[in-house]
Design a protein around this ligand. Structure first.
Ligand code: CP
Ligand code: NVA
Length: 306
């Protein structure tokens, strides 16, 4: 059966465990030998494009990049016809899309012939979450993702697609997750990647006071105040989220051993200060490193490894 990776939520615990293991175990270059992987980007990307291209190449395949301007999902032609076209040439397509529904539409149009990977949608960023779990496991459990239970991770700022996938992944591993956000920016129930519906061993706490939420945290995480596509709301978002900046004062409320994570790109001076991003607690470059590991794990799992 064709495997898809479009949210963390849709995967069983044992499937996620396989992806984490495949991300860091030795591999050869025959997994994708001679096969193409379509990389479709409706939005800009640096890390995701770099890590996807590198992982495909390392596994013996080749990546073909398609930009929004070239494909025009539902503008140049329908999402369904794009999917049908890709399925004639590729077995795997990885897409960064504006609307998460694109995945279901391609699955239906191609009768599950094309394996799909979500490289970010409005609802979820699951390959980022795999990289984040690997980074946290490196820091606190010698790389063992099963050793994270009881850890305290606090997300501060706008609860985004990144927050949703991260929270689902961590709750499933027994991590205690707190999200601190102002009214209107907090996690909401429902959607395709729903931490509030995750029956993981971890606990989820939602708060409106950043300092209170960060107190005693092992990990502090933040993401952009203005996600892609929300640029028209920039002034309003800056005003609404001003008390949720991750700066040295806020970091001082976390454990002295706490680390700082950010999916990047960072907006220095908005959600995060230079001092923190470039400081000794920052592990953001290790996260970037693990974007490639994560893609290797996801691609190996898509190809049937376990
Ligand atoms: N974190 C992340 O997905 O970065 P890019 O948008 O640059 O791919
Ligand atoms: N929440 C951000 C993440 C970027 C990697 C966005 O969707 O733009």
């Amino acid at each position: 059966m064709t495997r898809h990776f479009t949210t963390i939520e849709e995967l069983r615990d044992e499937e996620l465990a396989a992806i984490y293991a495949l991300a860091t175990s030795p591999f050869d270059d025959e997994t994708l030998q001679g096969q193409g992987v379509a990389l479709v980007f409706e939005r800009p990307s640096l890390r995701t494009r770099a890590s996807s291209s590198a992982a495909v190449f390392e596994l013996g395949g080749y990546a073909t990049f398609f930009s929004d301007e070239e494909i025009g999902l539902d503008t140049r032609e329908s999402v369904e016809d794009v999917g049908r076209t890709l399925a004639e040439t590729y077995a795997i397509a990885a897409l960064r899309v504006r609307r998460h529904e694109v995945f279901a539409r391609i699955r239906a149009a191609t009768a599950e012939r094309l394996a799909l990977i979500n490289l970010l949608s409005h609802a979820a960023h699951p390959t980022q979450a795999v990289a984040d779990v690997l980074t946290i496991a490196d820091e606190f459990a010698n790389g063992d993702v099963t050793g994270l239970a009881g850890l305290r991770v606090t997300y501060v700022g706008d609860a985004t697609n990144v927050t949703r996938s991260l929270a689902v992944a961590l709750l499933r591993l027994g991590v205690d997750v707190t999200v601190a956000a102002p009214d209107g920016y907090q996690l909401t129930s429902g959607g395709d990647e729903d931490p509030t519906a995750t029956n993981g061993p971890g606990t989820l706490r939602l708060g409106a006071d950043a300092r209170d939420a960060v107190e005693g945290a092992d990990v502090v995480y933040t993401d952009a105040w203005v996600s892609m596509g929300m640029e028209a709301e920039t002034a309003q978002r800056r005003a609404d989220l001003a008390n949720f900046q991750v700066n040295a004062t806020l970091m001082a409320a976390a454990k002295p051993s706490a680390v700082l994570l950010h999916c990047l790109p960072a907006h220095r001076g908005d959600e995060i200060t230079d001092e923190v991003l470039d400081g000794p607690q920052s592990r953001v470059w290790r996260q970037v490193y693990h974007r490639r590991s994560a893609m290797v794990g996801v691609l190996r799992w898509i190809k049937g490894e376990s």
